[in-house]
Write a protein that binds this ligand. Sequence first.
Ligand SMILES: Cc1cc2nc3c(=O)[nH]c(=O)nc-3n(C[C@H](O)[C@H](O)[C@H](O)COP(=O)(O)O)c2cc1C
Length: 330
Amino acid sequence: MKNPTLLYLAPMEGVTDFVLRDLLTSQGGIDFCTTEFLRVTDRLHPNAVFLRYCPELLTGSRTRSGTPVFVQLLGGQAEPLAINAIRAVQMGALGIDLNFGCPAKTVNRHDGGATLLKSCDRIHTIVKTVRQAVSNHIPVSAKIRLGFDDPSVCLENAKAIEEAGANHLTVHCRTKLDGYKPPAHWQWIPKIKEHVKSIPVIANGDIFSVTDFIRCRQETDCNRFMIGRGVMSDPFLFNKIRSHLAEERKADKWSSESLAVEIQNEWHVSTEVIQTFFDRSADYINGYFATARTKQWLKGLSLRSKDAKALFEEIKVIRNPTEFRVRLRV
Ligand SMILES: Cc1cc2nc3c(=O)[nH]c(=O)nc-3n(C[C@H](O)[C@H](O)[C@H](O)COP(=O)(O)O)c2cc1C
């Protein structure tokens, strides 16, 4: 039997927080999520910091709809990362993800994220130290970009991660210098899979539609995919991919392309969902935070929905949370 397709919500700092993870996973279709990155320097974070990044630790490291959440750590020093990983697991984390892809200048200047892609030895040491620090049944994964400036280093970095004992590897198919410039270079994934045979590889980058998903699958031959920005413009993207997969199973004589066209029907984010998102974000942090995050999400939705665009244009200037909340309900 073919391995099932697994879909991951990408970690996005400042975007995929507790409230959004809860809301998106409650729509169904997402198998795993990861927290925003928790930066580790030289010491152990207090429990409160873990709980701020991952309130799901209080509920078995799962969102309310039951989706497992991995805690993502970012840093350049193996031992501090390991002690923080141990603490996260003691607090209930179901998995640890190590970030080797963050392109932010401040993070890179402080020896974290994508800058580590220049040294496969350091990546190896970090993954191995964290892997050995937490018990075997806890998955430890790594997320990389293709490289810092040279994409070909993905092969040695992927190998180093595999040999260090990681359970799976996510590849955002761009270098740090590429930033977010399209396209994502999915063609590197088959080469990585040639190199790294014992762990699953998750393809990531530029899946914005079911058609992109189909193309990515064809090009990479993966059965695991991670999606980030696509779900900000289309919160039902995971579900649409699931529907597509179900249709494929039902009628595998149809060509994938014709199916993709079949399911481009409009799914609607109701204003009630947006209101709930605002209220939960306000409960999570405060009204100003909720105002900013709701504007951010509406901006994402605007790419696909005229109604969301109209609402965003109307409320983008409102700063006062009470006024904002009232306006959402008019
Ligand atoms: C606003 C933003 C924040 C991000 N934060 C993180 C992060 O905290 N950790 C991480 O590993 N990747 C982070 N990423 C990268 C995404 O996880 C993902 O690799 C990238 O967006 C490509 O996938 P996509 O084309 O599906 O969005 C971030 C991306 C964006 C746009």
